[in-house]
Design a protein around this ligand. Structure first.
Ligand code: FAD
Length: 397
């Protein structure tokens, strides 16, 4: 019998195990994952940005935990030799409409208590000679990290502290009684005093297995990237972001400096026909069926028809994608965009068709479920883990 069973060897499951063992070194703990190693889904398929906390609603969990996450992530990277860098980020407004939106964003940055500087004209060109814009916000704390390597280090540390990790163990059933939680997997059954589920793209299914009646479903959104050809590698010194369009739910394709010394541009946000289909947007019958049965999905489509078409066009036509990048990086050419692996976001959607924005948890007497942890959850992983541990220690989970 374990004290705690954790589902998911992504960054949240592993960070939770790490924080639990820091708080209670004697705890008997196991992490279960259906894959053959850590970070096989979102935690290993993301932009690698250490977000400073620019966009998030002041007072939200995202705003608070992201800000704390910058320091926590950098501290962890330094202590455990995980590659990271604080290169800063420039958010660029390219026309009058965006300059106005940038002013709104500046207010938010200020409300979130972040250090930033507004730059214009010559200074903008001096900072980033290959970027065209009328004005920008420079946020120095934004950085980059290898989150998959962070997962490896977290896994090494928790196993050194005595935790078990079982790969190839897909959870198929959960039964909770007054005294324990029994978890059935394809690699056998496990029992624990408490269960913590950090199942990412399968969060709703795991919550249903635990007997919860979640008022959301996990809708997968592909984030497609291109790698910028190495010959253009010195194109920018910082991450370059467009000013987000309030009519679109995601941040817009950005130029991102990656650990390894290369650049990517992306990700877009296209409805994915499968939750874990990295080799093309293949339809997966079970995933499509679950979406189609959920009324919130149809409401989401109706609410976001315009942005859906916008994203689909960028996905289907490389030239359209290119034009979106050229808006702020005019020297990019079609053959500068090379194939790169996509990621798939676990975006939870409520019954009324709204994208759930903030981090969210659901609890039973003995289990806690991470029910919405989109970006910046990799940056925020250690503070999210603190939040989970404090909620779990107050309940039984
Ligand atoms: C395209 C993209 C770009 C992003 N960019 C950034 C960024 O730049 N900065 C940032 O901070 N965040 C970013 N994010 C968000 C960040 O990557 C995620 O929020 C974070 O990785 C979530 O971690 P997780 O552990 O919850 O999920 P995951 O990493 O998806 O892990 C969930 C785990 O649960 C396991 N699992 C699921 N079901 C079962 C089951 N039945 N049995 C056993 N195991 C199961 C899976 O195998 C998986 O290993 C991005 C995400 C995407 C997709």
């Amino acid at each position: 019998m374990y004290d705690t069973i954790i589902i998911g060897a992504g960054i949240l499951g592993l960070a939770t195990a790490y924080r639990l063992l820091e708080a209670k070194p004697e705890a008997r703990l196991i992490v279960l994952d259906k894959e053959d190693g850590v970070a096989r889904h979102q935690s290993g398929h993301n932009s690698g940005v250490i977000h400073a906390g620019v966009y998030y609603k002041p007072g939200s969990l995202k705003a608070r935990l992201c800000k704390a996450g910058v320091e926590a992530t950098i501290g962890f990277c330094q202590r455990h030799n995980v590659p990271y860098e604080q290169c800063g980020k420039l958010i660029v407004a390219t026309d009058a409409v965006e300059v106005e939106r940038l002013a709104g964003l500046e207010e938010r940055v200020r409300a979130n208590g972040l250090d930033y500087r507004r730059v214009e004209g010559d200074e903008l060109r001096e900072l980033e000679p290959n970027i065209a814009g009328e004005a920008g916000l420079l946020v120095a704390k934004t950085g980059l990290a290898d989150f998959a390597a962070m997962c490896e280090r977290l896994a090494d540390q928790i196993t050194q502290w005595g935790a078990d990790i079982r790969f190839g163990a897909a959870v198929t059933a959960i039964r909770e009684t007054g005294s324990e939680v029994a978890v059935e997997t394809t690699a056998g059954a496990f029992t624990g005093q408490a269960l913590i589920a950090c199942a990412g793209l399968q969060a709703d299914r795991i919550a249903l297995m635990a007997g919860l009646d979640p008022d959301f479903r996990t809708i997968p959104f592909r984030g497609e990237y291109y790698k910028i050809a190495d010959r253009r590698g010195a194109l920018v010194r910082r991450h370059i972001y467009p000013v987000p369009d309030p009519a679109l739910p995601f941040l817009g394709v950005h130029l991102t400096r990656m650990i390894g010394g290369y650049l990517t541009v992306g990700p877009n946000a296209v409805l994915s026909f499968g939750r874990e289909t990295y080799d093309g947007n293949r339809p997966v019958a079970r995933d499509l069926r679950d979406m189609a049965r959920f009324t919130g999905f149809w409401k989401l489509l109706a609410r976001n028809a315009r942005s859906g078409v916008y994203e689909m066009r960028g996905s289907l036509f490389k030239r359209v994608y290119l034009e979106r990048c050229r808006k702020y990086c005019p020297s990019l050419e079609l053959d500068d965009l090379e194939p790169y692996r996509p990621g798939i976001r676990a975006q939870n959607v409520s019954r009324d068709g709204a994208l759930i924005d903030d981090f969210r948890f659901l609890q039973t007497a003995r289990s806690l479920h991470v029910c919405n942890a989109p970006s910046p959850a990799a940056t925020s992983s250690l503070p999210i883990a603190d939040e989970i541990v404090s909620r779990a220690l107050h309940g039984k989970a």
